[in-house]
Design a protein. Structure first.
Length: 181
């Protein structure tokens, strides 16, 4: 196994930042506006709302947030078919080593590994559908509520995760299946 870390300039941030084949990002030694020397350092990434590591890259007083896996893929992986997404082969969104990344389609990314199983399991969870008048209706699964009420699964999911308040004039709450006698 090759343990040599290779660094490449980040496109648009040449001379300021680099990304490595091990999925790390560093700033380079530079001088600030007053001519003081600033030593480069490896940046600590932070998680975005979807579990991916990102870094803030500064240029001319502006900060741009970039996903580390996309920076690494752009720098090290060929993408001759201009595929739009980057898949983590081991399904660990924080493992940004180039050996763990591959360019792919959205369909491939969404059906890769256990992703489909996780979605199916989430759709099996019981929920309450709450009407605008406050009536609560129990459904054995999100899937059943979506089908019977002709709702959009993605919108119901966003409601359950607190990203939307209402969908189809309903609000939604997680529920616990009642004990079976």
């Amino acid at each position: 196994m090759n343990s040599t870390e290779v660094w490449k300039d980040i496109e648009g941030f040449e001379g300021l930042y680099q990304v490595s084949n091990m999925g790390r990002v560093r700033s380079l030694d530079r001088k600030d506006a007053q001519g003081h020397r600033i030593k480069g350092t490896v940046l600590a990434g932070s998680l975005n709302g979807k579990g991916y590591l990102r870094v803030g890259l500064c240029r001319d007083g502006d900060v741009e947030y970039k996903s580390i896996h996309r920076l690494a893929a752009k720098a090290f992986l060929d993408n001759p078919d201009n595929l739009p997404q980057v898949n983590h082969k081991d399904e660990n969104k924080t493992n940004n080593a180039v050996s763990n990344l591959e360019w792919c389609t959205a369909l491939y990314n969404n059906t890769y590994g256990a992703h489909s199983k996780r979605i199916a399991k989430a759709l099996e969870r019981p929920i309450y559908v709450v009407t605008s008048s406050g009536h609560r209706y129990f459904f054995d699964s999100t899937k059943k509520a979506v089908e019977l009420l002709e709702l959009k699964n993605g919108a119901v999911s966003r409601c359950l995760h607190g990203k939307l308040k209402h969908h189809g004039s309903f609000s939604f709450e997680r529920a616990v299946k009642p004990c079976q006698a």
